[in-house]
Design a protein around this ligand. Structure first.
Ligand SMILES: Cc1ncc(C[n+]2csc(CCOP(=O)(O)OP(=O)(O)O)c2C)c(N)n1
Ligand SMILES: [Mg+2]
Length: 324
Protein backbone atom coordinates (compact mmCIF):
# COMPACT_ATOMS: atom_id res chain seq x y z
CA UNK A 1 0.00 0.00 0.00
CA UNK A 2 1.36 3.39 -0.95
CA UNK A 3 1.79 6.34 1.40
CA UNK A 4 -0.96 8.19 -0.46
CA UNK A 5 -4.41 7.02 -1.33
CA UNK A 6 -5.57 6.97 -4.95
CA UNK A 7 -8.91 8.03 -6.41
CA UNK A 8 -10.68 4.67 -6.24
CA UNK A 9 -9.38 4.02 -2.76
CA UNK A 10 -10.57 7.39 -1.49
CA UNK A 11 -14.13 6.68 -2.66
CA UNK A 12 -13.96 3.30 -0.96
CA UNK A 13 -12.68 4.92 2.21
CA UNK A 14 -15.55 7.40 2.08
CA UNK A 15 -18.01 4.49 1.71
CA UNK A 16 -16.57 2.79 4.80
CA UNK A 17 -16.71 6.06 6.75
CA UNK A 18 -20.39 6.40 5.83
CA UNK A 19 -21.00 2.79 6.88
CA UNK A 20 -19.47 3.57 10.28
CA UNK A 21 -21.46 6.79 10.71
CA UNK A 22 -24.77 5.09 9.87
CA UNK A 23 -23.92 2.06 12.02
CA UNK A 24 -23.19 4.29 15.01
CA UNK A 25 -26.25 6.50 14.60
CA UNK A 26 -28.48 3.45 14.26
CA UNK A 27 -26.77 1.64 17.12
CA UNK A 28 -27.26 4.58 19.45
CA UNK A 29 -30.96 4.77 18.58
CA UNK A 30 -31.44 1.03 19.12
CA UNK A 31 -29.56 1.15 22.39
CA UNK A 32 -31.80 3.96 23.68
CA UNK A 33 -34.86 1.92 22.66
CA UNK A 34 -33.53 -1.05 24.60
CA UNK A 35 -33.23 -3.25 21.53
CA UNK A 36 -29.50 -3.35 22.00
CA UNK A 37 -29.30 -4.43 25.64
CA UNK A 38 -26.88 -2.03 27.39
CA UNK A 39 -25.26 1.19 26.38
CA UNK A 40 -22.68 1.59 23.67
CA UNK A 41 -19.79 3.98 23.10
CA UNK A 42 -20.45 5.46 19.66
CA UNK A 43 -17.56 6.72 17.53
CA UNK A 44 -19.34 9.14 15.17
CA UNK A 45 -16.66 11.71 14.36
CA UNK A 46 -13.76 9.23 14.66
CA UNK A 47 -14.24 7.69 11.20
CA UNK A 48 -11.12 9.09 9.52
CA UNK A 49 -8.84 7.75 12.26
CA UNK A 50 -10.21 4.23 11.86
CA UNK A 51 -10.36 4.17 8.08
CA UNK A 52 -7.07 6.04 7.55
CA UNK A 53 -5.28 3.57 9.84
CA UNK A 54 -6.76 0.34 8.50
CA UNK A 55 -6.17 1.36 4.87
CA UNK A 56 -2.44 1.59 5.62
CA UNK A 57 -2.23 -1.90 7.16
CA UNK A 58 -1.75 -5.37 5.70
CA UNK A 59 -3.83 -8.49 6.40
CA UNK A 60 -1.05 -9.96 8.57
CA UNK A 61 -1.06 -6.94 10.91
CA UNK A 62 -2.94 -6.99 14.19
CA UNK A 63 -5.18 -4.32 15.72
CA UNK A 64 -6.21 -3.98 19.38
CA UNK A 65 -9.04 -1.60 20.21
CA UNK A 66 -10.50 0.29 23.12
CA UNK A 67 -13.94 0.39 24.75
CA UNK A 68 -15.00 2.56 21.75
CA UNK A 69 -14.24 0.29 18.81
CA UNK A 70 -17.19 -0.30 16.46
CA UNK A 71 -15.50 2.00 13.93
CA UNK A 72 -12.23 0.07 14.21
CA UNK A 73 -13.97 -3.28 13.67
CA UNK A 74 -15.88 -2.08 10.61
CA UNK A 75 -12.86 -0.32 9.12
CA UNK A 76 -10.82 -3.51 9.61
CA UNK A 77 -13.40 -5.30 7.46
CA UNK A 78 -15.32 -7.23 10.12
CA UNK A 79 -18.79 -8.27 9.00
CA UNK A 80 -21.34 -5.55 9.89
CA UNK A 81 -24.11 -8.11 10.48
CA UNK A 82 -22.06 -10.20 12.91
CA UNK A 83 -20.83 -7.00 14.57
CA UNK A 84 -24.41 -5.76 15.05
CA UNK A 85 -25.46 -9.25 16.28
CA UNK A 86 -22.74 -9.02 18.94
CA UNK A 87 -24.17 -5.69 20.10
CA UNK A 88 -27.58 -7.40 20.33
CA UNK A 89 -26.06 -10.32 22.31
CA UNK A 90 -27.22 -12.80 19.68
CA UNK A 91 -25.68 -16.19 18.83
CA UNK A 92 -24.19 -15.33 15.38
CA UNK A 93 -22.40 -12.32 16.90
CA UNK A 94 -18.62 -12.11 16.55
CA UNK A 95 -18.16 -13.71 19.98
CA UNK A 96 -21.34 -15.73 20.03
CA UNK A 97 -23.26 -12.88 21.65
CA UNK A 98 -21.36 -13.29 24.93
CA UNK A 99 -19.24 -10.16 24.72
CA UNK A 100 -21.27 -7.23 23.47
CA UNK A 101 -20.06 -3.86 22.28
CA UNK A 102 -16.85 -3.79 24.32
CA UNK A 103 -15.75 -7.28 23.27
CA UNK A 104 -15.74 -7.31 19.50
CA UNK A 105 -13.04 -9.55 18.10
CA UNK A 106 -12.21 -11.51 14.98
CA UNK A 107 -8.76 -13.08 15.03
CA UNK A 108 -9.13 -14.12 11.37
CA UNK A 109 -9.19 -10.43 10.48
CA UNK A 110 -6.30 -9.57 12.81
CA UNK A 111 -8.68 -7.77 15.16
CA UNK A 112 -7.78 -8.79 18.70
CA UNK A 113 -10.65 -7.04 20.29
CA UNK A 114 -12.27 -4.04 21.80
CA UNK A 115 -11.62 -3.86 25.51
CA UNK A 116 -13.45 -2.48 28.53
CA UNK A 117 -10.25 -1.83 30.44
CA UNK A 118 -8.93 1.61 29.52
CA UNK A 119 -5.39 1.38 28.15
CA UNK A 120 -5.29 -2.43 28.05
CA UNK A 121 -5.10 -2.60 24.26
CA UNK A 122 -1.58 -1.16 24.28
CA UNK A 123 -0.20 -3.94 26.48
CA UNK A 124 -1.86 -6.58 24.32
CA UNK A 125 -0.57 -4.97 21.13
CA UNK A 126 2.92 -4.73 22.62
CA UNK A 127 2.82 -8.48 23.38
CA UNK A 128 1.67 -9.22 19.83
CA UNK A 129 4.48 -7.01 18.50
CA UNK A 130 6.98 -8.94 20.64
CA UNK A 131 5.77 -12.18 19.04
CA UNK A 132 6.11 -10.65 15.56
CA UNK A 133 9.61 -9.44 16.41
CA UNK A 134 10.71 -12.87 17.68
CA UNK A 135 9.29 -14.60 14.59
CA UNK A 136 10.76 -11.86 12.37
CA UNK A 137 7.37 -11.33 10.74
CA UNK A 138 7.16 -8.30 8.46
CA UNK A 139 4.04 -7.18 10.33
CA UNK A 140 2.99 -4.58 12.88
CA UNK A 141 0.63 -4.49 15.86
CA UNK A 142 -1.47 -1.37 16.28
CA UNK A 143 -2.82 -0.54 19.73
CA UNK A 144 -5.53 2.10 19.98
CA UNK A 145 -5.90 4.22 23.10
CA UNK A 146 -7.76 7.39 24.06
CA UNK A 147 -6.39 10.62 25.53
CA UNK A 148 -7.66 9.45 28.93
CA UNK A 149 -5.86 6.14 28.47
CA UNK A 150 -2.60 8.05 28.04
CA UNK A 151 -2.68 8.75 31.78
CA UNK A 152 -2.64 5.03 32.63
CA UNK A 153 0.72 3.82 33.95
CA UNK A 154 0.76 0.44 32.24
CA UNK A 155 0.40 2.09 28.82
CA UNK A 156 3.80 3.71 29.39
CA UNK A 157 5.31 0.47 30.67
CA UNK A 158 4.31 -1.16 27.39
CA UNK A 159 5.70 1.75 25.37
CA UNK A 160 8.98 1.58 27.26
CA UNK A 161 9.36 -2.14 26.52
CA UNK A 162 8.51 -1.57 22.86
CA UNK A 163 11.23 1.09 22.68
CA UNK A 164 14.01 -0.88 24.39
CA UNK A 165 13.20 -4.04 22.39
CA UNK A 166 12.61 -2.17 19.11
CA UNK A 167 9.18 -3.74 18.60
CA UNK A 168 6.95 -3.19 15.54
CA UNK A 169 4.25 -1.43 17.58
CA UNK A 170 2.14 1.54 16.52
CA UNK A 171 0.37 3.35 19.36
CA UNK A 172 -2.58 5.16 17.84
CA UNK A 173 -3.96 7.77 20.24
CA UNK A 174 -7.49 8.93 19.47
CA UNK A 175 -7.47 12.27 21.24
CA UNK A 176 -11.11 13.34 21.21
CA UNK A 177 -10.45 16.01 23.87
CA UNK A 178 -12.46 14.28 26.62
CA UNK A 179 -12.30 11.26 28.88
CA UNK A 180 -15.95 10.74 29.90
CA UNK A 181 -16.65 14.24 31.29
CA UNK A 182 -13.05 15.25 31.96
CA UNK A 183 -11.39 17.77 29.65
CA UNK A 184 -8.12 16.16 28.65
CA UNK A 185 -6.14 19.40 28.47
CA UNK A 186 -6.77 19.86 32.21
CA UNK A 187 -5.40 16.45 33.18
CA UNK A 188 -2.51 16.02 30.76
CA UNK A 189 0.60 16.93 32.72
CA UNK A 190 3.13 18.73 30.54
CA UNK A 191 0.34 19.58 28.13
CA UNK A 192 1.36 17.33 25.27
CA UNK A 193 1.01 13.59 24.77
CA UNK A 194 3.52 13.70 21.89
CA UNK A 195 6.16 15.49 23.99
CA UNK A 196 5.64 13.05 26.84
CA UNK A 197 6.06 10.17 24.38
CA UNK A 198 9.31 11.62 23.02
CA UNK A 199 10.66 11.47 26.56
CA UNK A 200 10.22 7.69 26.36
CA UNK A 201 12.28 7.59 23.17
CA UNK A 202 9.44 6.57 20.88
CA UNK A 203 9.05 8.27 17.50
CA UNK A 204 5.99 10.45 18.11
CA UNK A 205 4.00 12.87 15.99
CA UNK A 206 0.58 14.53 15.90
CA UNK A 207 -1.79 14.15 12.95
CA UNK A 208 -5.09 15.71 12.01
CA UNK A 209 -7.45 12.86 12.85
CA UNK A 210 -10.26 14.31 10.73
CA UNK A 211 -8.24 14.04 7.50
CA UNK A 212 -8.21 10.48 6.27
CA UNK A 213 -5.25 11.03 3.92
CA UNK A 214 -3.13 12.47 6.72
CA UNK A 215 -3.87 9.53 9.02
CA UNK A 216 -3.19 7.05 6.23
CA UNK A 217 0.17 8.67 5.42
CA UNK A 218 1.28 8.78 9.07
CA UNK A 219 0.38 5.13 9.68
CA UNK A 220 1.92 3.99 6.39
CA UNK A 221 5.19 5.71 7.35
CA UNK A 222 5.12 4.24 10.88
CA UNK A 223 4.48 0.79 9.43
CA UNK A 224 7.32 1.09 6.96
CA UNK A 225 9.66 2.20 9.75
CA UNK A 226 8.58 -0.66 12.03
CA UNK A 227 8.97 -3.48 9.49
CA UNK A 228 12.39 -2.07 8.52
CA UNK A 229 13.47 -2.54 12.15
CA UNK A 230 13.05 1.11 13.12
CA UNK A 231 10.98 0.33 16.21
CA UNK A 232 7.69 1.67 17.52
CA UNK A 233 5.82 4.89 16.77
CA UNK A 234 3.13 6.87 18.50
CA UNK A 235 0.64 8.84 16.43
CA UNK A 236 -1.65 11.26 18.22
CA UNK A 237 -4.71 11.84 16.08
CA UNK A 238 -6.83 14.80 17.10
CA UNK A 239 -10.46 13.90 16.61
CA UNK A 240 -13.83 14.57 18.21
CA UNK A 241 -16.78 12.45 19.23
CA UNK A 242 -20.06 13.93 18.07
CA UNK A 243 -22.11 11.83 20.51
CA UNK A 244 -21.79 11.58 24.25
CA UNK A 245 -19.32 9.29 25.99
CA UNK A 246 -22.02 6.63 25.96
CA UNK A 247 -25.42 6.37 24.31
CA UNK A 248 -28.02 8.61 25.88
CA UNK A 249 -25.61 10.88 27.73
CA UNK A 250 -26.99 14.21 28.92
CA UNK A 251 -23.84 16.28 28.63
CA UNK A 252 -23.12 19.32 30.76
CA UNK A 253 -19.35 19.35 30.34
CA UNK A 254 -19.30 20.76 26.81
CA UNK A 255 -21.41 23.32 25.04
CA UNK A 256 -23.88 22.94 22.21
CA UNK A 257 -21.82 25.59 20.34
CA UNK A 258 -18.68 23.47 20.57
CA UNK A 259 -20.42 20.39 19.18
CA UNK A 260 -22.12 22.40 16.42
CA UNK A 261 -18.79 23.99 15.50
CA UNK A 262 -17.09 20.60 15.28
CA UNK A 263 -19.93 19.17 13.21
CA UNK A 264 -19.86 22.15 10.84
CA UNK A 265 -16.09 22.42 10.37
CA UNK A 266 -14.48 19.19 11.53
CA UNK A 267 -16.71 16.41 10.25
CA UNK A 268 -14.30 13.94 8.60
CA UNK A 269 -16.96 12.73 6.15
CA UNK A 270 -17.89 16.24 5.02
CA UNK A 271 -14.19 17.14 4.71
CA UNK A 272 -13.46 14.14 2.49
CA UNK A 273 -16.64 14.71 0.46
CA UNK A 274 -15.62 18.31 -0.22
CA UNK A 275 -12.07 17.34 -1.08
CA UNK A 276 -13.14 14.63 -3.52
CA UNK A 277 -15.67 16.91 -5.20
CA UNK A 278 -13.03 19.67 -5.48
CA UNK A 279 -10.56 17.18 -7.00
CA UNK A 280 -13.19 16.02 -9.51
CA UNK A 281 -13.21 12.51 -8.02
CA UNK A 282 -16.80 12.52 -6.78
CA UNK A 283 -20.17 14.02 -7.69
CA UNK A 284 -22.85 14.86 -5.13
CA UNK A 285 -24.98 12.10 -6.69
CA UNK A 286 -22.24 9.51 -6.19
CA UNK A 287 -21.92 10.63 -2.58
CA UNK A 288 -25.66 10.09 -2.09
CA UNK A 289 -25.37 6.64 -3.66
CA UNK A 290 -22.58 5.71 -1.26
CA UNK A 291 -24.69 6.95 1.64
CA UNK A 292 -27.76 5.01 0.48
CA UNK A 293 -25.64 1.87 0.19
CA UNK A 294 -24.27 2.41 3.71
CA UNK A 295 -27.77 2.83 5.14
CA UNK A 296 -28.98 -0.29 3.34
CA UNK A 297 -26.03 -2.32 4.69
CA UNK A 298 -26.80 -1.17 8.24
CA UNK A 299 -30.51 -1.98 7.82
CA UNK A 300 -29.50 -5.45 6.64
CA UNK A 301 -27.24 -5.86 9.69
CA UNK A 302 -30.05 -4.79 12.05
CA UNK A 303 -32.54 -7.23 10.47
CA UNK A 304 -29.94 -10.01 10.75
CA UNK A 305 -29.27 -9.24 14.41
CA UNK A 306 -32.94 -8.76 15.36
CA UNK A 307 -34.03 -12.06 13.80
CA UNK A 308 -31.04 -14.08 15.03
CA UNK A 309 -31.38 -16.61 17.88
CA UNK A 310 -30.10 -15.97 21.41
CA UNK A 311 -27.07 -17.96 22.57
CA UNK A 312 -27.88 -21.40 23.96
CA UNK A 313 -28.31 -21.01 27.74
CA UNK A 314 -26.86 -24.50 28.24
CA UNK A 315 -23.46 -23.10 27.20
CA UNK A 316 -23.68 -20.01 29.41
CA UNK A 317 -21.58 -21.35 32.31
CA UNK A 318 -17.91 -21.18 31.43
CA UNK A 319 -18.59 -20.11 27.86
CA UNK A 320 -17.98 -21.73 24.51
CA UNK A 321 -15.56 -24.65 24.63
CA UNK A 322 -15.66 -24.90 28.43
CA UNK A 323 -14.34 -28.24 29.60
CA UNK A 324 -15.85 -29.38 32.94
C1 LIG B 1 -8.76 0.98 33.91
C2 LIG B 1 -10.07 1.71 33.76
N1 LIG B 1 -10.28 2.85 34.43
C3 LIG B 1 -11.45 3.53 34.30
C4 LIG B 1 -12.43 3.03 33.48
C5 LIG B 1 -13.74 3.81 33.31
N2 LIG B 1 -13.73 4.48 32.00
C6 LIG B 1 -14.32 3.93 30.92
S1 LIG B 1 -14.08 4.84 29.53
C7 LIG B 1 -13.20 6.01 30.38
C8 LIG B 1 -12.65 7.23 29.68
C9 LIG B 1 -11.67 6.91 28.66
O1 LIG B 1 -11.34 8.10 27.98
P1 LIG B 1 -10.41 8.06 26.73
O2 LIG B 1 -9.27 7.15 26.97
O3 LIG B 1 -10.09 9.46 26.37
O4 LIG B 1 -11.32 7.37 25.61
P2 LIG B 1 -12.69 7.93 24.96
O5 LIG B 1 -13.82 7.44 25.82
O6 LIG B 1 -12.62 9.40 24.91
O7 LIG B 1 -12.73 7.30 23.60
C10 LIG B 1 -13.09 5.66 31.72
C11 LIG B 1 -12.39 6.46 32.72
C12 LIG B 1 -12.18 1.82 32.81
N3 LIG B 1 -13.10 1.27 31.98
N4 LIG B 1 -10.99 1.19 32.93
MG1 LIG C 1 -11.01 10.67 24.96
Amino acid sequence: MSATTNELQRRELLGTMLLIRRFEETGERLSLRGQIPAGIHPASGHEAVAVGTMSALQASDVVCGTHRSHHLALARGLDPSRTMAELYGKAPGLLGGRGGSMHLADFGHGFYGSNGIVGAGIGIAMGVALGMHMRQDASVAVGFVGDGGMNIGRVWEAINLAVIWGLPLIVLVENNLYAVETTSAEVTGGGSIVDRAKGFGIHAEPVDGQQVDAVHAAVAAARERAVAGGGPSLIEAETYRFSGHGSGEKASYRTREEIDHQRAHRDPIALLREQLIDDGELSPETFDELDTAAQARVAEAVAFARDAPWPDTATAVGGVGWDE
